[in-house]
Design a protein around this ligand. Sequence first.
Ligand SMILES: Cc1cc2nc3c(=O)[nH]c(=O)nc-3n(C[C@H](O)[C@H](O)[C@H](O)COP(=O)(O)OP(=O)(O)OC[C@H]3O[C@@H](n4cnc5c(N)ncnc54)[C@H](O)[C@@H]3O)c2cc1C
Length: 438
Amino acid sequence: MNKHILIVGGGYVGLYTALRLQQKLRTELRDGEVRITIIDPHSYMTYQPFLPEAAAGNLSPRHVVAPLRRVLPKVSVLNGTVTAVDHGERSVTFQPVKGEPRQIAYDVIVMAAGSISRTLPIPGLTDIGIGFKTVGEAIALRNRVLHLLDFAESTEDVEARRRALTFVVVGAGFAGVEALAELEDMAKHSTRYYRNITPADIRWVLVEATNRVLPEVGPEMGKWTLEQLRERGIEVKLDTRLESCEGGHVVLSDGTEFDAETLVWTAGVKPSPVVNDGGLPLDERGRIKTTTRLTVAGVTDAFAAGDAAGVPDVTNPGQYCAPNAQHAVRQAKVLADNLVRHLRGQELVDYRHKYVGSVAGLGLHQGVANVYGVKLRGFPAWFMHRTYHLSRVPTLNRKVRVVVDWTLALFFKRETISLGEMEHPRDGFRAAVATTRR
Ligand SMILES: Cc1cc2nc3c(=O)[nH]c(=O)nc-3n(C[C@H](O)[C@H](O)[C@H](O)COP(=O)(O)OP(=O)(O)OC[C@H]3O[C@@H](n4cnc5c(N)ncnc54)[C@H](O)[C@@H]3O)c2cc1C
């Protein structure tokens, strides 16, 4: 019988689960045994570890995403959002990008909706705050930094210039440190084209509520990263919280106050809101309660993995798998295999993966790594970071494009133009219409 498998989310887990099921359609699964649908607001999967490089202009934004329809020709891709799941009825509410919502029935659901920025009710956060999870945010930030350099060079207002050249990043995990390091490197490089801005004029502040940076690479390499950032002139404020940033006036818990026009918020993630409207059981952190076999606890015909799921870590009893790509991509493989076993009435297997450590890029030719206990810093770590992610980015097509981008960057200088007007493409035309006499 034709079973409908519905995958909610086309990110890491969604894409890799669908890819593996698609492979099985050619081998293990019988003709017409299943049909697969994937739902995501975007028509592409974002390879998030490359977002900092896209923000720095080392990679084209198009090359850090994988087009779902091209990669998954045997899967139906619907663009829109799942706003509610009625698992009792085996049906979801699908809100297309435009138009009326409709119900979509399924036999088996895979919850792969990932996470969103975890924010706090901080006064003013929406005035100047921006996240760093999507390709849109990464490119908007790049444009913003370059635009503010343009502005700073053109103004005679000293206060406005200082404010424009002050950038704050809150949260010193992967996303925050990599984004800050790449953007700082790009801005420093760009100053050579400005007559009255030097690297020393640009202020970068990293605010972290705990007493360490980049916990993903362990305490020793985290300490080394902290020293590196400080040597580069970045102000790193540990054990410090953002109290408010109303109208761009930043107030920190250590009493520091200053004005800034840009604040990047990367202080953690929380599950995508759809998990709250899922009628599926949640754990104490609001993630979908998941078993070691990647099924949703206590219900049948439902699987979950990735940032939206609380997956027990069998290699570290009592703990959960961290929300990262390392787990997401491996969970997707086990999930797809277990899903097929489930359809066959076979025994499912546990998801087992011991965290092997991490690599992080800290700007061109700079990085830090702690993988399988091997600790690297500087150029070797940066090289490892690039090779590892190149091996992981989905599809040969994307790998080639990424290599071409990097190779071109070896021979030509970085692009340092702000194309911020792409965010307001109709402004010029509107202004022209406004000048037209009636
Ligand atoms: C800047 C940055 C750098 C990172 N670097 C690393 C790294 O170096 N190493 C590492 O291991 N991890 C890294 N991570 C973390 C890693 O990217 C995530 O853990 C991983 O993407 C989680 O995969 P996922 O499938 O659960 O979620 P995602 O990949 O985020 O996919 C979720 C998908 O679900 C979609 N979705 C959400 N809600 C709905 C809905 N209601 N209906 C339909 N679709 C929905 C979203 O649009 C998205 O496409 C990084 C993250 C960021 C932001």
